[in-house]
Structures are given as structure tokens and as C-alpha cells.
Design a binder for this molecule. Structure first.
Ligand SMILES: Nc1ncnc2c1ncn2[C@@H]1O[C@H](COP(=O)(O)OP(=O)(O)O)[C@@H](O)[C@H]1O
Ligand SMILES: CC(=O)N[C@@H](CCC(=O)OP(=O)(O)O)C(=O)O
Length: 305
């Protein structure tokens, strides 16, 4: 019988030492977050690449393994767009929200609660964890009503727009999520809400994640997007923002487009009881681990100040 000696890794003792240092530096953060909830909004753009998706899933497994309660809320805007195109259904956005008619809401539910939700569940399980996929209908998790979308005209008059079956979360049934805390299962949530009459609503994934994080009094709300965080007018990353800064940057026009609902969601989440919200680049490897377990973090932190 022959025995094999493990092959010598090609990293130097110095590299070993720096790896050990990183691990030991993570310890205070592991202690700080143990038993706490971290809600992670995983956007459709951030999940494009298969390798990154596997790394994201592994990060969720690691959080759970060290005693943190990760809750994944995912989007899938680009994937819904592709399916609508295949089915030759026209789609339009107003202020970052998809105008959603009856045919569209059926496709939204199919893509989000069906395909994407199960892909993320499978990726977490392939990474050695266990996950349960849910949408806002399961256990009345996200009770919603039709959104009355208010838009300001140039003359500063407010008008209410009808976006069809776009929902706004009214109540989050946290009981459904808390049952996972004492189990090995990571909840993965599609942002599809249910109305009082059983109507299906399409909810923007940032909004859904914010509502869930607020209701759970989460320690952190992490918003994974496709920029490094909130950028100042010179396009430099802003490390930290207080609620007052956010107001000013929107008024000055430094924060615009899709970043407005994102920061507004973060502000609402912080006002609603989340310790802090972070907007960070989901395209970077292990973005979540860097944010949670290192001193510097990885994106823009929004807190009361
Ligand atoms: N100050 C800002 N800092 C960073 N991004 C900004 C800013 N203002 C506007 N944006 C835009 O917001 C986008 C992120 O919002 P969005 O596309 O809705 O993200 P997601 O699809 O991940 O939800 C960025 O790609 C950028 O184009
Ligand atoms: C009302 C509304 O706009 N809903 C979004 C839901 C998905 C989403 O928000 O996905 P991302 O996070 O990938 O953008 C939509 O239909 O695209």
C-alpha cells in the first residue's frame, strides 16, 4: 500500500502568516455579529457571473456557520427583462420601477419565485449549506398593497402614477423568518408580495429587503449592486454617510437615478431599527465577507450619525 503526502502548497510562510492574521482579525467581528441578523439584497446585476454567484453562496454559508443569521432577498430585474423579451411583452420603467400589468406580474413571479430563487438555493447547497426558498406570499411573509407612486412635475406639483401591480410592503410576518434562526437553513426570499385579496404584487427588491431588515431589526442591511458604493461628485467612493448627508446629496443631484431609491431604502431601514445599511459592489469577490469581517468594510455605510 502506498500513502500520499499532501502536496506542498505553493504559498510562502509569509502568506500563511498574513492569512492567519486576517482570520484572527475577523474574530471580534464574528463575536459582534453572532446571533444577529444580516439582510443581504442580492441584485440581478450582481448575480450575472456563475463564479461570483458561487462565491456569494459560500459567503452566506460562512456567515451561517459562524452563528450569524443571514437572510437573502434577491432581485432579478435583467432576468425578468430577458423573459419578457422572449415572450414579446413590452416593458417600461418609471423612476426605476417596472410598470407591471397582469401578464407581466405572472412573468415576474415565474422568474423571481421560480427560476432565480431556486438557483440561489441550489448555489448555497452546492457551497455546503442548506437553504429554503420563499416568496412574500409564503406564510404571508410580505403583505403588500398597490403602490401609489408619487412623482413631482417640473412645476413641483405632485401627481400619482398607476404602475399596475407594483406593490409596497405593508407588513412583514417576521415569525416566518425567525423560525430559521435555530436551524441550519438560510432563507432566500423573492420580492413578490401578497395583497389582502390574494393579489400578487411585484415589489422592487431593494424596497423588499429594506422592509424585511427593518422588521427584523437587523444588524446590517447589505445592498449588493454594480458600483463600489455611493460616489461623490468627483466619482470617489464615500465611506460613510449620515441621514442628513443623504438628504443633501440628493438635493445637490450627486445621488441620482437608481441610487435614489437605494439610499432612501437604506435611510428608511436605519430609521426603522436597522443598526446600519451598506451599499457595496456585488461584483467584487467576497464583498460580503470584507464588509462584515474587516475594519474598513467595502462600500458606503449609512447610519444615524
Ligand atoms: N452618487 C452615486 N453613486 C453611485 N451610483 C450612482 C450615484 N448616482 C446615481 N448612481 C447610479 O445608480 C446605479 C445603481 O442603481 P441601480 O442600477 O438601480 O442598481 P441595482 O440594479 O443594483 O438595484 C449605479 O450603477 C449608478 O449608475
Ligand atoms: C417593481 C419592480 O421594478 N420590481 C422589480 C423586481 C426585481 C428587482 O428589483 O430586481 P433588481 O434588484 O435586480 O433590480 C422588477 O420588476 O424588475
Amino acid at each position: 500500500m502506498t500513502s500520499k503526502t499532501p502536496s506542498t502548497p505553493s504559498i510562502s510562510p509569509r502568506d500563511w502568516l498574513s492569512t492567519a492574521k486576517v482570520l484572527s482579525e475577523a474574530l471580534p467581528y464574528m463575536r459582534r455579529y453572532a446571533g444577529r441578523t444580516v439582510v443581504v439584497k442580492y441584485g440581478g446585476h450582481a448575480m450575472g457571473d456563475e463564479r461570483l454567484a458561487a462565491l456569494f453562496a459560500a459567503d452566506m454559508v460562512l456567515l451561517k456557520q459562524v452563528g450569524i443569521h443571514p437572510v437573502v432577498v434577491h432581485g432579478g430585474g435583467p432576468q425578468i427583462g430577458e423573459m419578457l423579451k422572449k415572450l414579446q411583452i413590452q416593458s417600461e420603467f418609471i423612476d426605476g420601477l417596472r410598470v407591471t400589468d397582469k401578464a407581466t406580474v405572472e412573468v415576474v413571479e415565474m422568474v423571481l419565485a421560480g427560476a432565480i430563487n431556486k438557483q440561489i438555493v441550489s448555489a448555497i447547497q452546492a457551497a455546503g449549506g442548506q437553504a429554503v426558498g420563499l416568496c412574500g406570499k409564503d406564510g404571508n411573509l410580505i403583505q403588500a398593497r398597490k403602490l401609489e407612486h408619487r412623482q413631482k412635475t417640473d412645476s413641483n406639483i405632485e401627481k400619482v402614477l398607476d404602475l399596475g401591480f407594483v406593490g409596497e410592503p405593508m407588513k412583514v410576518n417576521t415569525e416566518v423568518l425567525r423560525v430559521f434562526n435555530d436551524t441550519k437553513f438560510i432563507p432566500v426570499i423573492a420580492p413578490v408580495g401578497i395583497g389582502e385579496d390574494g393579489q400578487t404584487y411585484n415589489i422592487n427588491a431593494d424596497t423588499a429587503a429594506g422592509a424585511i431588515a427593518g422588521a427584523l431589526n437587523a444588524s446590517r442591511l447589505l445592498m449588493l449592486t454594480d458600483v463600489s458604493g455611493v460616489l461623490d461628485k468627483d466619482k470617489k467612493l464615500i465611506d460613510e454617510l449620515t441621514l442628513a448627508d443623504v438628504d443633501r446629496l440628493i438635493r445637490e443631484g450627486t445621488i441620482s437615478g437608481g441610487m435614489i431609491p437605494k439610499v432612501e431604502t437604506c435611510v428608511q431601514a436605519v430609521e426603522g431599527g436597522v443598526d446600519a445599511a451598506v451599499i457595496l459592489d456585488g461584483r467584487g469577490e467576497h464583498a460580503v465577507l470584507l464588509e462584515i469581517f474587516t475594519e474598513h468594510g467595502a462600500g458606503t455605510l449609512i447610519r444615524r450619525g
